[in-house]
Design a protein around this ligand. Structure first.
Ligand SMILES: [Zn+2]
Length: 292
C-alpha cells in the first residue's frame, strides 16, 4: 500500500516517485534505468518514505542503484542517501549544505513531521559547473548558479527530452521557494530550463510538469522581486513588506506562506548581503506561523 507517493513514467526507463501534493518535505525522487545499472536522483527525508520509494523502483527494475545524484543539499533530498548504497554526487556547495543541515533544527521547525532514520551523509563526489554520466544515454548534470540554494543542479536527458529540476522548479500549485538562494538567480535558472529542448519537467515538488509550469514559476518570482523592490524603496522593513503584499492569485497556491522567506531573500539581495543563521531561523519561524 502506498502511504506517501506514486511512481510515474516520464519517458522510457525514466521514472519519478511523486510524493503527496508536494507539501513541505514531500519531495520527488527520480530513477533512470541505464544499460548496466540504475541512477537515482535525490533521496527523501525519512526511512519509511525511502523504503516506499525503493519498493516502487523495484517494481520497474532489479538493477543496482549504483549512482545517486543530489539536486541540492536540502534535507528532503539527501537525508536517506545511505539507504541507496550508491556513490553520491552533488555540487560542492550542496555538499556543504548537506553536512550542516542538522535534524534537530528542522525537527524544531516542523515538530509534526517524522524524520525517523534521517542521516547526514555528505556526498562522495562533487563538481563545480557541469558533469555528465554515460549509462547508455547521456545525463547532463548542470549547476545553473545560485538559485533555490547555492548548490543546485538539474539533470537533463537530451535523448528523452526530460529534465529532473530538483527544487529549481516547484510545479504550480506548489509555491516556489528561494529563501536559501536567490530570487533573481531562480528566474535566471528557470529561463535556462525553459530554453532546453525538453518536454517533461520533473519538479522537486508537485506533479510532472511542462514548459507552462516553468513559465508560471518565473512569473511568481518576478512578482516577488517587483513587489519587494517597490516596498524596499518606500523604506518598509522586509516583514512589513511581506504583510503588505497582496498575493492575489498566488494566495490559492499551496504553501503560500513561502512569500515570507522569499521576500526576506529578495531584501537581502537588494541590500547585497547574506542572511545570517539567526535571521534565517527567525524568518523560518515567522514563515511557518510561529510568531504570527
Ligand atoms: Zn529544496
Amino acid at each position: 500500500m502506498s502511504m506517501y507517493g506514486k511512481l510515474v513514467e516520464a519517458a522510457e526507463d525514466v521514472y519519478a516517485y511523486i510524493q503527496g501534493r508536494g507539501e513541505w518535505f514531500a519531495s520527488n525522487t527520480g530513477l533512470v534505468v541505464g544499460e548496466k545499472y540504475a541512477v537515482v536522483v535525490d533521496s527523501v527525508c525519512s526511512e519509511s518514505r525511502a523504503r516506499e520509494a525503493i519498493e516502487k523502483f523495484r517494481e520497474v527494475t532489479n538493477k543496482d542503484f549504483r549512482i545517486l545524484i543530489n539536486t541540492h543539499g536540502h534535507p528532503d533530498h539527501v537525508w536517506t542517501n545511505h539507504m541507496f548504497d550508491a556513490v553520491t554526487i552533488a555540487h560542492e556547495e550542496a555538499r556543504n549544505e548537506t553536512a550542516t543541515a542538522f535534524v534537530e533544527i528542522y525537527q524544531s521547525l516542523f515538530p509534526e513531521l517524522d524524520f525517523s532514520g534521517a542521516k547526514i551523509t555528505p556526498q562522495d563526489v562533487t563538481f563545480k559547473k557541469t558533469m555528465a554520466l554515460h549509462i547508455g544515454e547521456e545525463l547532463k548534470i548542470v549547476h545553473p548558479g545560485v538559485a533555490h540554494t547555492k548548490g543546485d543542479c538539474y539533470v537533463y536527458l537530451p535523448q528523452k527530452k526530460v529534465v529532473f529540476c530538483g527544487d529549481l522548479l516547484f510545479a504550480n500549485p506548489c509555491t516556489p521557494f528561494a529563501m536559501g538562494g536567490s530570487i533573481r538567480g531562480s528566474i535566471k535558472a528557470l529561463k535556462e530550463l525553459l530554453d532546453l529542448d525538453a518536454e517533461v519537467y520533473i519538479p522537486g515538488h508537485g506533479e510532472l510538469a511542462g514548459k507552462e509550469h516553468v513559465e508560471d514559476a518565473i512569473k511568481y518570482f518576478e512578482f516577488v522581486w517587483e513587489e519587494a523592490k517597490k516596498r524596499h524603496e518606500k523604506g518598509m522593513s522586509w516583514y512589513e513588506a511581506t504583510m503588505d503584499i497582496d498575493l492575489g492569485e498566488y494566495r490559492k497556491w499551496n504553501e503560500s506562506e513561502r512569500i515570507v522567506g522569499n521576500v526576506a531573500r529578495a531584501y537581502a539581495e537588494i541590500e547585497g548581503r547574506e542572511l545570517e543563521f539567526a535571521e534565517v531561523l527567525d524568518v523560518a519561524r515567522k514563515m511557518l506561523g510561529f510568531e504570527r
